[in-house]
Design a protein. Sequence first.
Length: 386
Amino acid sequence: MKIYLMIIHSLLLITPFFLYGQTPEHQISFALEHKPHGYYVKQAELWWKEIEKDTNSENAWYNYFRACRNTQATVGWSNDYVKESPYLKSGPDIVELIQKNVPNTFTSNFVVWEERGFDLTKGKYLLKAYDINPDFEGIHASMIAYAESELNYELRKRVDDKWFSRNEMSPGLLAYGYNVLMSLESNSIILTQHDNDTYPLWMLQDVKNIRPDVAVINFDMLLVKSYRDKIFHEYNIAPLDTIFEESNSVNLEILINHILKNYNNTRHLYLGLTITPKYYKKYLNNLFVTGLALKYSHSPIDTFSICEQHYSDFKLDYIEIQYTNDRNQNTVNHQNVNYLPSIKILYQVYRTKNINKSIKLKELALLIADNSGDKTLRNKVKEELK
């Protein structure tokens, strides 16, 4: 059976500056809320003008830093973004200015960690920032990633408890994460790749004690050697001392191929459907859909029976009815496209054995396609689920 796999692609719209307002707005991570590229460019300008009014404003400095960082994110992290506007500056230049103008503050510590990405040598700055303001929106994800990198599960749980209490995590992403965990066998391992397919799973485990038997490993974080060494040792994967390529995309492909080639653990191994398919394309014959995950197996498995079993545990109401004003709804809608491979597997059996179930599955698949906003996908679903 042919398996089609879907991944999330953000549409980065280049929009003229004049279409945006003239008011500086609070900036949050691009991973939490997607806005067009031109919006962030304009916000960088507006926040820089606020800085010119008061160079001692932590709020203005942080929002300016975040607007510039989001601008860079929306062009694929290219350093050329600074050429678009005289108001845009590089991360290191902004950090230097912040440390000069608002030294020894929450902002001066937090941006050191944020600008360098996942650099454990800068962990002390993150911890100091968290001590100063543990309620700052956006710091909890960084703290949880840091705690995970140190295998400090007690710290991860404490931060997750605080983060959950703030009601900032997308309900839709939590619901999707719940169904991912329900797609796995007991005591298994799942590799995830992004923020939105990792943090919700950890939160469900830490706060709600849902499937704590599962090891959730963000393989993007495995690019950090100290973390990779700990994880590979714990799960009996042959060491990978050096990743030579400069491109992270190439490195991720090297990394996941190394894991699949050298995996010798007795625990069942899964890949999240949110992982970019090109990274595991060499192993498609060994990967089988089990709901919202791909099971790695050297022998074929009964995907219909497994998907049927897992779907009985899924909570799917959130797809049919949006109960909250979820700022991540666009991401949720695109992530939900990953239900389609397993729906197709079930539908092809149900259409001859259980017509009522097949009709409901087709309705669900069409709803998912409609919510994604992809008309081509809707036509594809109609064609495949005849």
